[in-house]
Design a binder for this molecule. Structure first.
Ligand SMILES: NC(=O)c1ccc[n+]([C@@H]2O[C@H](COP(=O)([O-])OP(=O)(O)OC[C@H]3O[C@@H](n4cnc5c(N)ncnc54)[C@H](OP(=O)(O)O)[C@@H]3O)[C@@H](O)[C@H]2O)c1
Length: 245
């Protein structure tokens, strides 16, 4: 299937590693011009060389003032912007009782406001050309809460509300807005969480964890011309774990 992504201009947030990197690589494989972004310049350089990006821009999504400039710089470098994939580093684990106000505020900026701010800046560019694709990488936690991931459970559910709202408001501008909800997928983040892999695998009907490349193919399809009639969908990437209806 020709996804018609050749020369499409894409920015993937939090993409020097893990899921964001896999998405950037898959968009590139389909012919898109891709800018990656994250905090660590050395990691960006290595990934940029490895997957062959258009360029990279350093940006810390926890810094509210840096996000609009990121979108403006990316659109200038690419000569426009067709595709925005939002993503962020995962928030700290913890139960409700564990978390401080500061942790809530920090996670709200990094996980939620970075999405709001980046879409706010990208939308006029996409609306003018009457074509845009926005895909949020969120989590199954935003639909079915996961023990000890209070921040993720809460803020991701909010992102799905934002996604629903935007799909209705931006449809007439030729922009689709969808979310992809991964379950446990083999990345650095998973290693950091020090999870019991065997126990996790048992929870997944497919009997294995997800692979970043599989998620990337789903996101890439949602970014394509073919997916123009799909908007406002929270698509599980979960090996059959969640009930969809
Ligand atoms: N992997 C899973 O099993 C899974 C499941 C469900 C949901 N998720 C969610 O999906 C997202 C990505 O997860 P992952 O597994 O790909 O994580 P990962 O392997 O740790 O990669 C995270 C990426 O985000 C960047 N990043 C981290 N904090 C950032 C910040 N403040 N500003 C800009 N970039 C930042 C990192 O680069 P720098 O260090 O250079 O900034 C890195 O490129 C997370 O929000 C995670 O909670 C993951």
């Amino acid at each position: 299937m020709d996804l018609k992504l050749k020369n499409r201009r894409a920015l993937v947030l939090a993409s020097s590693d893990g899921l964001g990197k896999a998405v950037a690589a898959e968009l590139i494989a389909e012919g898109a011009n891709v800018i990656i972004s994250s905090r660590n310049i050395e990691k960006l350089e290595i990934t940029a060389t490895e997957i062959g990006v258009h360029s990279f821009i350093k940006c810390d999504l926890s810094d509210a003032s840096s996000i609009e400039p990121l979108i403006v710089e990316a659109a200038e470098a690419l000569g426009g912007l067709d595709i925005l994939v939002t993503n962020a580093g995962g928030p700290p684990a913890g139960t409700f009782a564990d978390l401080t106000d500061q942790q809530w505020y920090d996670a709200f900026q990094t996980l939620f406001m970075s999405v709001t701010q980046s879409i706010r800046a990208a939308r006029p560019i996409m609306a003018e050309q009457q074509w845009g694709r926005i895909v949020m990488i969120t989590s199954v936690a935003g639909k079915e809460s996961v023990h000890n991931l209070t921040l993720s459970n809460s803020l991701r559910a909010g992102l799905h509300g934002l996604m629903n709202t935007l799909s209705k408001e931006l449809g007439a501008e030729g922009i689709t807005v969808n979310a992809v909800l991964p379950t446990y997928t083999e990345t650095e983040r998973l290693k950091q969480l020090k999870v019991d892999r065997a126990a996790l695998t048992k929870q997944i009907p497919a009997g294995r964890l997800g692979q970043p490349e599989e998620l990337a193919k789903l996101v890439t399809y949602l970014c394509s011309d073919m997916a123009g009639f799909i908007s406002g969908q929270a698509v599980g990437f979960d090996g059959g774990s969640m009930q969809s209806v």
